[in-house]
Design a protein around this ligand. Structure first.
Ligand code: 5GP
Length: 194
């Protein structure tokens, strides 16, 4: 059992059959040793893919993305959820937040990503694929390409997995959940099963 799945089993809280809470180790309180391991696993999978930058969205993706960038010795760019007044030449796109159930503007400085960049998207969860598609749109505006997606936790019954496949992306997931409920707990995807 990988360490992320172990942490989910020990500390994850199934809020509903759609939402898993992991805020004691991943996206509120953060376990740095677990993040280090996740970063190494992501880096190992994508080591020969010509990646030039790691990209994520504030704030839940930053911890695993930073550790991945550190392991790959590459820069990390995180897209922001509101346009700061300090941004000179922002590019932006609108997307829908799964957990907050509202639209928001995702943006970054145009110069943060170059047309010759090959990007690796890292995030804490893959659900409907909104974040992934939003990052691909931003990358497209900058003329860059998203080569792969490294995801901590995938809820495989939601459309994000298929969206990644349709985008022709190399999708690498550390903990893939087939279904979950408060009554019966988590059912893991085959490759995650012991
Ligand atoms: P997507 O954009 O794929 O629909 O959703 C991914 C984003 O929504 C992630 O960046 C994450 O912040 C949030 N998210 C999706 N599902 C969950 C969940 O079950 N629990 C938590 N804590 N966040 C989630």
């Amino acid at each position: 059992m990988n360490k992320l799945r172990q942490a989910i089993e020990e500390q994850g809280v199934i809020v509903s059959d759609q939402i898993l809470k992991v805020d004691t180790f991943l996206n509120h309180t953060v376990d740095p040793l677990l993040m280090e391991q996740i970063g190494k696993d992501f880096a190992e999978h994508f080591k020969n893919r010509g990646i030039t930058k790691v990209i994520t969205i504030e704030s839940g993706g930053i911890a695993p993305a930073l550790m991945c960038a550190h392991a790959m010795r590459l820069p990390l760019v995180f897209a922001k959820k509101a346009v700061p007044s300090t941004m000179n030449d922002p590019i932006s796109t609108t997307l829908h937040s799964f957990t907050k159930n509202r639209d928001y503007t995702l943006c970054m400085e145009r110069s943060a990503v170059h047309p010759d960049d090959v990007l690796l998207f890292v995030d804490d969860f893959l659900a409907n694929g909104e974040a992934l598609k939003g990052i691909c749109r931003l990358a497209g505006q900058a003329g860059a390409r998203v080569e792969g997606a490294a995801i901590c936790i995938e809820k495989a019954w939601q459309p994000g997995h298929q969206a990644a496949e349709e985008l022709g992306m190399d999708l690498f997931v550390l903990a893939s959940i087939v279904s979950m409920s408060r009554e019966n707990g988590i059912v893991w995807a085959k490759e995650e099963a012991e």
